[in-house]
Design a protein around this ligand. Structure first.
Ligand code: ZN
Length: 135
């Protein structure tokens, strides 16, 4: 793991949360991106080496909608930047962390991402991510 790439925060209303976090962080978000396959709209704030990723549901049956219904707003996941996501997936699986997918998939912000189950990671939904290799 290289660094904390971002912290993901589940929010009900992306516009309101953008305003709140702009006031908190003293800067505006720099982009909004919809990841249709995940049923999520994301907004990103840059903060030094790391980012804050706000996540709002774009469909009622998306994982974020379910999370909000069950747990309410708040920290949803921590994302770690890695050098080689395939190697890191293998390493974490061998260490007993349960992946939520078999292969890395395309996430927001030009990344390949993979998630690990919070039950195997101290209650924390863990994301690992790397920049998409150039085609
Ligand atoms: Zn994330």
């Amino acid at each position: 793991m290289k660094k904390i790439e971002h912290i993901g925060i589940a929010v009900r209303d992306l516009a309101k949360a953008n305003d709140l976090f702009a006031r908190l962080l003293g800067r505006e978000h720099y982009k909004i991106e919809e990841v249709a396959s995940e049923g999520v709209r994301t907004s990103f704030f840059e903060l030094g080496e790391s980012k804050i990723e706000l996540l709002a549901a774009s469909s009622d049956d998306s994982p974020i909608a379910k999370f909000l219904a069950k747990r309410g707003e708040g920290i949803h996941h921590i994302a770690f930047a890695v050098e080689d996501i395939w190697a890191e997936m293998k390493r974490l699986e061998a260490e007993g962390f349960r992946p939520l997918q078999e292969e890395p998939r395309e996430g927001a912000d030009g990344k390949l991402v993979a998630f690990f189950h919070p039950k195997t990671a101290g209650g924390v939904l863990v994301e690992i991510c790397q920049d998409k290799p150039l085609e």
